[in-house]
Write a protein that binds this ligand. Structure first.
Ligand SMILES: [Zn+2]
Length: 377
């Protein structure tokens, strides 16, 4: 839309129409007082003296084809353009700033972007170091409350005989919260199960913590922020989980990867026995498994991955078959859409890979479901 705020209208009006005619290479005009007269530049018009431009009024006119108007109309007429493109042709793109001001603005924008990137990188590296410090303080989980916790969750020691290397026990792990992302305060300190998150390159990228209280039915600590009175989640990650996973059984003897959102579900599937030869990785959270999705009208549940997302989880190259386990969830349609997005991304990024979702319906044994999945159900 052209509005009165478009300064180019005034700029166009300020141009002598003879200059505009010259710019348009309108030839054969002869001066006649305040007018220039000649053949009409209109397609198929021509003639000898039917066309005229008036330098005092800055208007043109053809008495045969009827074309007439001001400087912009002349551009429209000769170049066959609409109004705005004609204005662009005559005055250049709309600019609120001078060229010098524009280049100064671009320089500042670039500097800001670079500074933000450096700050983000520094923040991520600091978080990774803090995560490593916590991980480094922790001990092997065998014969610690981690065993008791897993047993409470149905993962018995006679089945999970050897603890995964990516799990550890921290006897006094601080639980920190922040009101503003700057200042942190400790609201709890206690025993926790730690899990190492590894990035796509296999390097340690963060730590997942589950605070424990074995006196509770599910073995998880109940933590309340004393300042706000708000209950806190018993699980937290520190560092980066993007594109990463908790590699409970890092490698299988077959090129199959089974992944669930939670550590407990992944371990339950792992000890189920039917897919013992597969690799079992925990995806840490649904957002990481799904990656960015294409959203917009009617797409909320469509599960279309945004393949531009370079940080989402993609299975390693050795995986030929990917199975996502869908936990019971309050919003199963959304969960499914997210997992679908992850499956499609994996198939798009890894040629020949097959991916599917195995839902675990309420009250059904995960192992039975996986058996069904093996039969292609
Ligand atoms: Zn004409």
């Amino acid at each position: 839309m052209v509005t009165t705020s478009d300064h180019r209208l005034a700029d166009a009006k300020a141009k002598p129409i003879k200059d505009v005619a010259d710019l348009l290479h309108i030839n054969g005009l002869v001066r006649a007082g305040r007018e220039w007269v000649g053949p009409c530049p209109g397609v198929g018009c021509g003639g000898r003296d039917r066309f005229s431009i008036n330098t005092s009024k800055n208007l043109f006119n053809c008495r045969i084809c009827g074309a007439k108007g001001d400087q912009v109309h002349l551009v429209m007429f000769v170049r066959g353009l609409d109004f705005l493109p004609a204005l662009d042709w005559l005055c250049g793109p709309k600019q609120e700033l001078s060229a010098a001001e524009l280049s100064e603005r671009e320089r500042r924008d670039r500097e800001n972007r670079e500074r933000q990137q450096r700050e983000q990188q520094k923040y991520r590296e600091n978080a990774r170091r803090a995560a490593w410090k916590i991980w480094d303080e922790a001990v092997q989980p065998e014969a610690t409350p981690v065993r008791g916790y897993l047993t409470l969750r149905g993962i018995r020691s006679d089945i999970l005989t050897r603890m995964p290397k990516c799990l550890r026990y921290h006897p006094a792990c601080p639980y920190m919260v922040s009101d503003d992302g700057q200042q942190w305060r400790e609201v709890h300190r206690g025993p926790a199960m730690l899990a190492a998150i590894q990035g796509p390159d296999g390097k340690f990228s963060g730590v997942h913590r589950t605070w424990l209280d074995l006196s509770k039915p599910k073995g998880k600590a109940e933590i309340t922020d004393p300042k706000t009175g708000k209950p806190q989640k018993a699980k937290k990650t520190l560092g980066s989980k993007k594109g990463g996973a908790i590699r409970l059984q890092p490698l299988g003897s077959v090129p199959q990867l089974i992944m669930a959102e939670g550590i407990e579900t992944t371990l339950s599937a792992m000890i189920g026995g039917t897919h013992a030869e597969a690799a079992f990785w925990c995806g840490v959270d649904l957002g990481n498994m799904a990656g960015q999705r294409m959203l917009g009208k009617g797409r909320k549940f469509a599960g279309i991955p945004d393949l531009e997302d370079a940080e989402a989880f993609v299975p390693p190259e050795w995986v030929r078959e990917l199975i996502f386990i869908q936990d019971g969830d309050s919003e199963p349609r959304l969960t499914r859409a997210k997992l679908l997005s992850g499956c499609r991304r994996a198939m798009a990024k890894r040629a020949g890979l097959k991916a599917r979702i195995v839902p675990v319906p309420e009250g059904l044994d995960l192992n039975d479901v996986l058996m069904g999945a093996a039969d292609g159900r």
